[in-house]
Design a protein around this ligand. Structure first.
Ligand code: FEO
Length: 164
């Protein structure tokens, strides 16, 4: 049976993952409204991933005989100044999620909840990927601002070069 502290911490994290989903859905709408469907697609994919994260925690709680207690989800903002501002917010948001996954892992250690520790290791690796992807998009958008798109097109061409 799962401890009350672990159950509460997992329910909090479910709320955070669902808020992430809401935030990215709002960002998708912002991009699509700004005629940037590619960026909108990126955000829709991220949004679906966040719901999957929430459901992994939800299923884990149920499997362990815990109680799922859904809380209100805060309303995300709806306006941004640029694609770069959105990408920077995604990167900052993912860093916050990483900190909260690490705090959750600390709780699992304190509670001696070995099953939760194993389950959370997936999330720890996932956050490395999430932060890396967001940082790459921020870096690319900054490059475009500083040096235009030509350098990115050349970088793309070089990435396709075969070794001979
Ligand atoms: Fe659920 Fe993007 O972390």
């Amino acid at each position: 049976m799962i401890s009350k502290a672990m159950q509460d911490a997992l329910n909090d994290q479910i709320n955070k993952e669902l808020y992430s989903s809401y935030l990215y859905l709002s960002m998708a709408a912002y991009f699509e409204d700004a005629n940037l469907p590619g960026f909108g697609h990126w955000m829709r994919v991220q949004e679906a991933e966040e719901r999957e994260h929430a459901m992994k925690l939800y299923d884990f709680l149920l499997e362990r005989g815990g109680k799922v207690m859904l809380k209100a989800i805060d309303a995300p903002k709806t306006e941004w100044k640029s694609a770069l501002e959105v990408a920077e917010e995604v990167a900052a948001h993912e860093a916050k999620v990483t900190a909260s996954i690490h705090a959750l892992y600390e709780t699992a250690l304190k509670e001696k909840d070995y099953a939760a520790q194993v389950m959370l290791q997936w999330f720890i690796s996932e956050q490395v990927e999430e932060e890396k992807n967001a940082a790459e998009i921020v870096a690319n958008l900054k490059l475009i601002e500083q040096r235009g798109t030509a350098v990115l097109m050349l970088d793309h061409r070089l990435s396709k070069r075969g070794g001979d």
